[in-house]
Structure formats: C-alpha cells, structure tokens
Design a protein around this ligand. Structure first.
Ligand code: BGP
Length: 488
C-alpha cells in the first residue's frame, strides 16, 4: 500500500521557460517570445498595410524567455545534475517553432529536430525517461498573427504535420506523450493556451481585446480534435506508447464556501468548466451539461460529425495534471484565475500561503482530493505532471540555499499522494515542477524560483547562469532512493 515499484519520480519543465536560444538554428518566434509573463499583453503591433499583427519587441525591455537559463546550450550539464539526484523522468516540451518555424512550412527544420535528438539521447544515456508535451504554451507566433490561433480550423492541418514529424522522428524513445498543456486554462489564458488573438481588431492596439467565449469554445474544440489526432497517429506509429491529456486541476480543487445550496451547485458548475475537457478526452463525448452553457451564452462551437467520430474513437490512455493549490467558490464573488488555478475568497482552514508576492495557498489534501475525484470519474491512470512551490531565494553568506519551505511542501504533498495511492488511485508518477530554476510562466520572472537547483539569473537579465545545488536537492534524492519510504 505504498508507492508502486515502478513509480516515476521525476521533474517537469517547458521549452519556452528553460531553453532560451529563442531565435537560434532556425527557430521561429512562438507566442511566449512576444510577452513577459503569459498573463500579459503580447508585444504585437498592427500593420495597416498587411492587416496583420507583427512582433514589436520593445528596446530595453527584458524578455527573460529569450535566453531563459540557456538550457539549449547547457542541457548536458543540467541533465548530469538531475541524474545525480536519481531523477527517473523529465517532462520536457518540444518547441513547435523549432521544428516548423512559422508552423506552416512544408518541411521541418533539421537543426531543430537534431536538438531534440541530442536532448532525448542525453536523457536516455543518463537513465532519465523523457516524457514529452507536444504543446506547452508554444504555438508558433505566425499561427496567431495569420490565423488568430486555434479558433481557426487551419491550425489542425499544421498540427497534424507537426505531430507526424515528431512521432516519426522520436518513436521508440518516448513512452508517455502529453498533447496540450493545461488545455482548460484557455478561459483565463486564451493567448497562452490557444494562441488566440483578435485578427479583426477594433482599436488596433490590444490583440487580445474582443476574444469571446465563442472563440474560446471553437479553439477548445479544435484542440480536442488535435488531441484525438495525436492519439490516433501516436497509436498507429507507436503501439507501445501512451498518449495523455493534461489539465490544470487547481481549479477543480475548488470547495464551496458554505453549505448554502447556491454555493454548492455554483461550485459544481464552476468545476465543470474545467472537467468538461477531461470528459471529452476520456469519454470521447461532449457532456450534456455543455449544451445548456453554449445555448445560454450563445457560444456553441461548430463540430462536424467526422470530428465527433474521431473524438469518440480516440480517447486518451491516461490523464496528467498540474496541481498547485485549491480555491473557494462563493456565489457572486467574481472568481479570478492565474497559472496556479482559481482565486476566490480566502480559505481560513489552510495553514499557509507561499510567501508574497505570489501568496498561493498551500493545500496538500487538495492533491489527494483531485486524484480521487479523477479516479472516480475516469477510471484511468493519472500522472501528476506538475506540483511545486515558487520561492524568492538567494544563496546565504556561506553560499548555501536552505529551502526548508520547499522540503516541507514536497513532503506534505507526497504524503497526501501516498494516501491517494492507498485510496486505490493508479498514480503513474510525480513530476516536480521546475526541478531547476526556470522563468515563471505567469509573471515571466526568474525571482519566482521552483528549483532544487539554483540558477544565477535575475529579473533584470543579469547573472552568470551558474548552477548551485539547494538543500531540497538532497531531500528529493532521498525520497527517490527510498521510493517514498523516507516520508514515513
Ligand atoms: C502552470 C504551467 C507551467 C508553470 C506553472 C507555475 O500553469 O503549466 O508552465 O510555470 O504553472 O506557474 P508560474 O510559472 O506562473 O509560477
């Protein structure tokens, strides 16, 4: 009744937050290159002649993602450090625009493919299993500026070309594939998740203005078809591979504020907005409750019978998810969201938050809750694809980084994950988010550090990029060595 012998103890990162080399070796810009923090407005300007948005980088502004932690050139050293802690798997993403710089080329960029050959081979040589996300907030920018992103069906054509190239090239090296990172985050981050920009802008200043629910649901449908295509081609090409969906589950660990029936039913409705993606990917059908939402809000997406058939026949093999925190729902409160999940009224029963300025509530039992919820609902294997804590930390006078808060966060969450295993949930593995410091997704900064390994780079772009092991490195190593036994 503990972690299974083959439990995958790993870490997770994303290309746009770690690689840097944003325009090297033929890589085209992707949507993350145009913005500092994906909650922000991308630096695009409207060209009145071409009637298209164009990249408009501001001189003097620091786009940390452009260099990130220079993993592109230093991955061998970093993988050695990760192997030193006994990491069994690393979830990476492939930057689509390294392979197809605009997304629309007929033939792939060989240098981009070669980079991932080397990266995958180095991981395997170090006995670290690669787990690959096909799209982690990295749609080529051209597909946003030319087509307005995933609301346009044209993207499915380019997606098909991209995933076939990837599966052909890397078959045999990767067992677990994840399609779209946190697809349900499309409501709060339509640009990051689905590259949505308004290609018919009214005021020509803000490319995100005017994105409506109809766009969001149309893009969601296309991405759900894209997931089904990945399952279909993935299984055809690599019968041994497993193709999974991915949700941000922080928004699902949302508790009613009171036992007032309005709060309880409101919570159910709020959670359905995220779980509907899981329902489509796992059951192969749109749930009935969406019909009413679409009708009332006049936002039903176009869905052809062929699409629905494809979705029906190609459901995912497992479900992966990120979990950082829980939230509270109160009728009429006006819920907000960010990369960590939903934000409602403060939960007085939780003992702590991550330190300011991020202040994410810490709720380890919420992890056990979502594992049980997904198991009850889908009966599929689950993969914790992200969980971790971002802290503002620098080496002390002795050059040490004593990150006790991180050790505590990991200990508490893994203790609850173990309970979920005992509850009967089939958990494939736990991938700690950001085992090495990387650029944060939401706010685009280095100051918010998740790593077991420190990287000397700062918000103003300065730093030597030198790596330094933190205290928590040894703690996670011990957890892996004892297969969680050290948790007690
Ligand atoms: C998830 C994203 C990651 C990641 C994480 C933490 O939503 O999939 O890319 O960064 O959130 O968020 P942040 O980096 O904003 O702290």
């Amino acid at each position: 009744m503990a972690f299974p012998k083959d439990f995958i103890w790993g870490g997770a990162v994303a290309a746009n937050q770690i690689e840097g080399a944003w325009n090297e070796d033929g890589k085209g810009p992707d949507l993350s290159d145009a913005v500092v923090g994906i909650h922000g407005v991308p630096d695009l300007k409207w060209n009145h002649k071409t009637l298209r948005w164009e990249l408009d980088l501001k001189p003097g502004k620091v786009y940390l993602c452009h260099e990130a932690i220079d993993f592109y050139h230093r991955f061998r050293e970093d993988i050695r450090l990760l192997a030193g802690m006994g990491l069994k798997a690393l979830r990476i993403s492939i930057a689509w625009s390294r392979i197809y710089p605009t997304g629309a080329e007929e033939a792939p960029n060989e240098k981009g493919l070669k980079f991932y050959d080397d990266l995958l081979d180095t991981l395997l040589e170090n006995k670290i299993e690669p787990i690959v996300t096909l799209s982690h907030y990295e749609t080529p920018l051209h597909l946003a500026t030319e087509y307005g992103g995933w609301k346009n069906r044209k993207l499915l054509e380019y997606w098909e070309r991209y995933i076939k190239t990837i599966f052909d090239r890397y078959q045999g090296k990767v067992r677990y594939w994840i399609t779209f990172n946190e697809v349900n985050n499309i409501y709060k981050m339509p640009y990051a998740v689905a590259a949505l920009v308004n290609t018919a802008p009214s005021d020509f200043t803000n490319p995100l203005e005017g994105i409506c629910l109809k766009d969001i649901y149309q893009a969601s449908h296309h991405m759900l078809v894209g997931t089904a295509l990945a399952v279909k081609y993935g299984h055809e090409k690599m019968p041994e591979a497993k193709i999974g969906g991915m949700l941000s589950l922080s928004a699902c660990a949302t508790y009613p504020c009171t036992c007032r029936p309005e709060d309880v039913f409101g919570t159910l409705q709020f959670r359905r907005r995220s779980l509907f993606f899981g329902d489509v990917m796992c059951y192969g059908e749109y749930p009935a409750y969406m019909d009413r939402i679409w009708k009332e809000e006049n936002c039903e997406p176009e869905r052809s019978p062929e699409d629905l058939q494809l979705i029906k026949e190609n459901t995912v093999d497992f479900l992966s998810f990120s979990y950082y925190r829980s939230a509270v729902y109160q009728t009429g409160y006006g819920m907000k969201e960010d990369t960590g999940g939903a934000i409602g009224p403060v939960n007085p029963y939780l003992k702590g938050c991550t330190p300011k300025p991020w202040s994410w509530p810490v709720d380890p039992i919420g992890l056990r809750y979502v594992c049980n919820e997904l198991t009850d609902r889908y009966h599929l294997p689950l993969l914790v694809a992200e969980n971790g804590i971002g802290l503002d930390e620098e080496p002390d006078e002795q050059g040490q980084i004593q990150d006790n808060a991180r050790k505590e966060y990991v200990r508490e969450h893994l203790t609850q994950l173990k309970e979920a295993v005992k509850d009967g949930c089939k958990i494939l593995g736990y991938l700690y988010w950001g085992p090495i410091d990387i650029v944060s997704a939401g706010t685009g900064e280095m100051k918010k550090r998740y790593g077991f390994i420190y990287v000397d780079r700062h918000n103003d772009g300065t730093g030597t990029l030198e790596r330094k092991i933190k205290e928590s490195y040894w703690y996670y190593k011990r957890i892996i060595e004892t297969n969680g036994g050290v948790l007690g």
